[in-house]
Write a new protein. Structure first.
Length: 243
């Protein structure tokens, strides 16, 4: 059996309040399904992780731009400026807000959550987001204040054994989002796995969690990211406007 073809991402940088940020990018021909901004935090290898994720997204028709957040330390506003720069970057390829999604891991997941309160995008997904709990295990006040501001449909995916996201904080986050957020949100916790459940593993419980998280991710994107109109649809709209 022939091995799957892997696209080699193009490397570039974007400027933000935190300086120059390294990115990897896969552009697709034809009419892509949407654009995904991939935010990768510390842990793992950026080159291999971004290549894998961007290719996995490409198989579902999504162009992707991955930002390397390793070693970056900044305020919430400064980290969100990276998202703002990425949005400007993909806008040059014609992608509009509702056609764009955020997918973040670790620190990137935390940025995806806070950015969903600042930018109205098609979708946002946070995988094992960091810094949601205060020192006492309850939801941090900063995250709680985000709930009524969230305006991008957000999906949070956690491992039950993730020590940085205790059950109390996750339950409180789910409650405040359900009660206060003006858009649909969902939080999922996977039993008996930690914050790295999304990485390759030989353990059956982690394989199951990894499979489910990716299925949910693609379904969330497909349901909420607005597709780009085809040339035929654009021509039809132009014809209708003339009539």
């Amino acid at each position: 059996m022939a091995s799957a073809v892997s696209i080699r991402p193009r490397e570039d940088t974007v400027d933000s309040q935190l300086g120059s940020v390294a990115i990897s990018q896969i552009d697709l021909g034809g009419i892509p399904r949407g654009a995904v901004l991939l935010l990768l935090g510390p842990g793992g290898d950026f080159e291999s992780d971004s290549t894998q994720h961007l290719n996995d997204l490409a198989t579902h028709g999504y162009e992707g731009v991955a930002a390397d957040l390793r070693g970056i330390d900044g305020t919430e506003d400064q980290l969100e400026s990276v998202v703002e720069s990425l949005l400007a970057h993909v806008a040059r390829r014609g992608w509009e807000s509702e056609q764009t999604a955020l997918l973040g891991y670790g620190l990137g997941g935390r940025v995806a959550l806070s950015a969903s309160a600042r930018f109205g995008l098609g979708a946002a997904i946070s995988v094992s987001p960091t810094a949601i709990a205060a020192g006492d295990g309850h939801l941090s006040a900063a995250v709680a204040r985000l709930a009524p501001l969230v305006r991008t449909p957000w999906l949070g995916l956690f491992g039950e054994e993730d020590l940085t996201a205790p059950a109390t904080a996750c339950d409180e986050l789910e409650t405040v989002l359900r009660e206060d957020s003006p858009v649909f949100t969902q939080l999922v916790r996977y039993p008996s796995v930690g914050d790295d459940f999304h990485r390759p593993s030989s353990e059956s419980i982690e394989i199951a969690a990894s499979y489910d998280y990716w299925q949910r991710t693609i379904e969330w994107l497909n349901l909420r990211v607005q597709p780009r109109l085809t040339p035929l649809a654009l021509a039809w709209n132009a014809r209708r406007s003339l009539s």
